[in-house]
Design a protein around this ligand. Sequence first.
Ligand code: HEM
Length: 412
Amino acid sequence: MSATTTERLSIFTDPSAYADEESWHREAARLRREEGVVRVDDPGFVPFWAVLRHRDVSAVERDGATFRNAPYPILVDGKDRDGGGPPVRNLVGMDGAEHREYRKLVARWFRTGAVRAQAPAIEQAVDRVLADVAARNGETIEFASEVAAGIPLRVILAAMGIGPEDDARIHRLSQELFGSKDTDVARADNDATIAVVVQEFGEYFMGLAMRRRAEPTDDLGSALANATVDGRLLEPPELVPYYVLLATAGHDTVSTVLAGGIEALASHPDQLARLQADPALIPAAIEEIARWVTPTKHFMRTAARDVELGGRRIAAGDWLLLSYPSANRDEEVFASPYEFDVTRRDAANHLAYGAGPHFCLGAYLARLELRTFFERLIPRIRSLEIDGEVVRAKTTFVATFRRLPVRLELDA
Ligand code: HEM
């Protein structure tokens, strides 16, 4: 039995804990140094192990045979687990041969060459939002919603063959699905919210699939609509969660790194000055920005057999939480991990995109978006400051900003 108190362990289960980054990291650092792998017995949750060290998170991620994503790859409370299984199943909840087969259906869309073909769409999306920023030069803007949110959403929807007129709708649905534990966003009844959102997403994406089956095109939406497994087209219960995953996994994550990068540069003017003096540092600096922000707070695994991890006996069937923000501040891997250093040589060893068989499918796309944005913005910044209270969403999964007021002056 661990000596840690329930209060400290609630940093993994209480959505508001992540909204206070400083105190979250203080508690996680202590748990990481003292225990590494911690048993979390929080009332309301099936007990699980929180895995805090970089080497343990990495080992679990790479051993997909021992640590399975099914049946619950994301933290849900005990009430949701009593329901008999996750409400929707997608790539993230699959393992082994099945996972490889379904991942292969769209994998070619996310390889470096194919992603490079998206460069013009990315540049266009970045230039459009930067033109809006320039038009309001020197004013205080809400950077998260007015700037960062518009880029990745447009990029992934363009790749899927969806026009800008649907951006607002997909964004709202995505916020409701992933922000549903955020008391600022959730509708009154959480279960009803998820059911309504899933149904609305279903109608939207089956409409897209039917149009692409009738008239195939060369976009990602069409590739998925016409993909086959064992010689048959995907059924709606497979297809809709796949579309939803692609449409949503790529925007809150990227937009939070864009916004978190701006927050970090505004709070560390010396680091901004270094990048302005030498913009050739920007491609490597986006890895430090991803390490620093780490928007995805966890994924879960279930042990398929008894195994030892970080000195603990994990039993078959035990549930484990992989703590990416903790692993990315691990002092055993990163020197002075609580310093934001855009010249950090080993920043790319971070685990913000995961590792192993489930390694983020969109990592190349995300990197190109981040690089394009910061390369186009940083050389033009004349002044940058946070101008008001920064408010983070209350969520245990993908972090977003509710408010990031920024005063930004750009060169023409
Ligand atoms: C900075 C941006 C992003 C971050 C930090 C991020 C993070 C992650 C993480 C941590 C995982 C789980 C990895 C694991 O279990 O080992 C993941 C998986 C995934 N990501 Fe991303 N992601 C980002 C951008 C994107 C983009 C742009 C897309 C495009 C659609 C995307 C699509 C996916 C998909 C489909 C998976 C599931 C892969 C699988 O289960 O095989 N992500 N991402």
